[in-house]
Design a protein around this ligand. Structure first.
Ligand SMILES: Cc1ncc(COP(=O)(O)O)c(C=O)c1O
Length: 387
């Protein structure tokens, strides 16, 4: 029997130790963060409850079940065939990016990113003594595209050693195609640049699009890349601190593991691993129901903005519950956009400028029950009508 999940259910999360709900005053809807307002999948809750029953929470073993669960997920969801031994535990995708920068580049090396991009890509490079190289994504006809000429120029710089790829892309919502990924892979191989592919949003490709894990492109790039995944975004498990890094190349895997050990990050969290394994072994039904719900939410936002807020334009998403809104038509200075909606609509957005190359844009999470989203839209519409 297939389980069903009710994404319409609302829970009062204030005063529940939620970072998302503790940042702003009580009357503000926190739509700035990459976290949903949905309860996690029932098999995850059940597995955690069974583990609590043990009453023993000493250091956890490095069980083979972890790599096996990741292998199963990638195979069943994306037909990506990997070996469970290629999987390393890491506390989070952000941590994996940090360890990868330590393991695969030296201070002074250039690390390439495609902007606008998830803000931590910037800070992780800036704070590690590496030099940030930028391949700016181009907005053409309402859709972001890769400037491949510039990409090649950046990769050809002999000091560029690493590329952090966001696949699918936060915040512009692109689900990179096989053709685009093949061109990126070919250029990185030609210029000997290792790629870290952050695929934390890969589960959330919309039904007309396909998420392609980077190693699926070719055996050559599989040996020259690392993929990071985490059930955190999909299953609302960010507080569990258990994610996975997949490194098909043994030498690279060992280098990554040394970085983990050197930062005392190798010990696995008892509950996090239980949650990841349950999500990846038994959570397929949840994603099958979550994605259409998010697609409907995105459609609702697009329709509402077209009808009621002409200066705020949705960049059509192909994946994720993070929407990228072009607010340049509202006539407000870029730095006043997020504060204006916070004050007048009581909705918190992420300021696009924090993603680099995103001035005049706002990022909005739609991982909310429909009723909450409808309320937010009305508040946004009323605030915009005062401009
Ligand atoms: C692209 C991307 N990578 C990583 C993260 C953070 O994931 P984690 O909590 O596993 O570090 C986020 C969250 O916003 C994200 O959007």
């Amino acid at each position: 029997m297939t389980l069903t999940h009710d994404f319409d259910i609302r829970y009062e999360r204030r005063h529940t130790d939620s970072q998302m709900y503790s940042l702003y005053p009580e009357d503000v809807l926190p739509m700035h963060l990459a976290e949903t307002d949905f309860t996690t999948a029932q098999p995850v809750i059940d597995a955690l409850a069974r583990r609590v029953e043990q009453g023993m929470f000493g250091y956890a073993a490095e069980s083979g079940g972890f790599g096996e669960a990741v292998r199963h997920w990638l195979d069943s969801r994306f037909r990506l065939s990997i070996e469970s031994e290629w999987v390393e535990y890491s506390p989070s995708v952000g941590s994996s990016l940090f360890f990868a920068i330590q393991a695969f580049s030296q201070p002074g090396d250039r690390v390439l990113i495609q902007t606008p991009v998830y803000h931590a890509f910037h800070s992780l490079i800036d704070n590690s003594g590496r030099i940030k190289a930028e391949n700016k994504l181009k907005l053409r006809g309402g859709r972001y595209e890769i400037d491949f000429e510039d990409l090649e120029r950046q990769l050809a710089n002999p000091r560029t050693k690493l590329m952090l790829l966001c696949n699918p892309h936060n915040p512009v919502g692109r689900c990179w195609t096989m053709e685009e990924l093949a061109r990126i892979a070919e250029l990185c191989l030609r210029h000997d640049v290792f790629v870290v592919s952050d695929e934390v949003h890969g589960d959330l490709a919309y039904r007309s699009f396909t998420h392609t894990p980077l190693p699926a492109v070719s055996e050559e790039i599989a040996q020259r890349c690392m993929v990071t995944v985490n059930p955190s975004k999909t299953f609302n498990l960010a507080g569990m601190r258990a994610s996975a890094a997949i490194l098909p190349n043994k030498r690279r895997r060992e280098a990554f593991r040394i970085a983990l050990i050197n930062h005392k990050a190798v010990d696995r969290p008892v509950f996090g691993t239980v949650a990841l394994e349950a999500a990846y072994l038994h959570g397929g039904y949840y994603v099958d129901q979550l994605v259409p719900y998010i697609e409907d939410n995105a459609r609702l936002v697009g329709q509402y903005l077209r009808e009621h807020v002409p200066g705020l334009e949705l960049i059509e998403p192909e994946a994720t519950y993070l929407l990228w809104l072009d607010a340049r038509g509202l006539g407000l200075p870029a730095e006043q956009l997020a504060p204006y909606f916070m004050r007048e609509a009581k909705v918190a957005f992420r300021d696009g400028a924090s993603c680099g190359n995103g001035e005049g844009f706002l990022r909005m999470s739609i991982g909310f029950p429909r009723e909450v989203l409808e309320r937010a839209l009305r508040q946004i519409g009323q605030a915009a009508s005062k401009l």
